[in-house]
Write a protein that binds this ligand. Structure first.
Ligand SMILES: [Zn+2]
Length: 237
């Protein structure tokens, strides 16, 4: 089991950065909850705990204590920047432990990939309390600037918050070698077809069975129109 501790910054009486009608504490909680769901729903062998899952104040020492006493494998603190600038940057502690740096490099690059078009401000170090007090590898991410007009308009889009979460989740999965859960699709007459490969095994998804060839061809035409590769396989039930 890989234990991932997600730490949405600020909360309660501490709103974090505030500008353009946005509050850091609400944005990072939204991103963190999306991350948790992605990790738990899509990956095997992972446990997630959070320093907060609602709008409450938690001290920096308490955040680190929770992760330490749980024995987390990774501590991920999520923040939004302010103070003039644009883009994404990540931090590890100034001690720069080699495993911490290696994990950060993977996670940082996946987030940048998920946020195409956003400026990469770089991989940085800082003596932040949560990075200093945690006993496991830790990263702190600063995801765009609330006080930058274009960044703020991106942060107002739930799809963009989902992309931030996606970058974090995929970065964590890659860094820790988490395996994707097998996708299970229910058979129904209107589902799409797809074939996924995993190693040397192939999984075929059947979208429908028809007694009449014409109906089968109509379904194939519909799927192709929708962008799904498909073909007719004849069999005798
Ligand atoms: Zn912050």
């Amino acid at each position: 089991m890989t234990k991932i501790f997600i730490d949405p910054g600020h909360g309660g009486r501490d709103p974090g950065a505030v500008a353009n009608g946005l509050q850091e504490k609400a944005l990072v909680l939204d991103i963190a909850l999306r991350m948790r769901n992605m990790l738990l729903n899509e990956y095997e062998g992972v446990q997630v705990r959070m320093s907060r899952d609602k709008d409450v104040f938690v001290s920096l020492e308490e955040r680190a204590r929770m992760a330490n006493s749980w024995g987390a494998d990774y501590f991920v603190s999520v923040h939004i920047n302010a103070g003039g600038g644009t883009g994404f940057e990540s931090f590890v502690h100034t001690s720069q432990a080699s495993r911490t740096v290696a994990l950060r490099n993977v996670v940082h690059d996946e987030i940048i990939r998920a946020l195409s078009g956003v400026r990469d401000r770089g991989k940085k170090v800082a003596n932040f309390a949560v990075l200093r007090l945690t006993r496991m590898p830790a990263i702190l991410t600063e995801n765009l600037f609330v006080d930058h007009v274009q960044d703020a308009s991106r942060l107002k889009d739930p799809n963009f918050l989902s992309r931030i979460a996606r970058g974090h989740a995929e970065g964590i999965a890659k860094a820790f070698g988490l395996r994707k859960k097998q996708q299970q699709q229910q058979s129904s007459t209107s589902q799409s077809t797809s074939t996924a490969t995993s190693g040397n095994v192939m999984y075929r998804v059947v979208t429908g069975s028809f007694r009449d060839r014409e109906n089968a061809e109509r379904r194939v035409a519909e799927l192709k129109k929708a962008g799904f590769e498909s073909f007719i396989d004849v069999y005798r039930p």
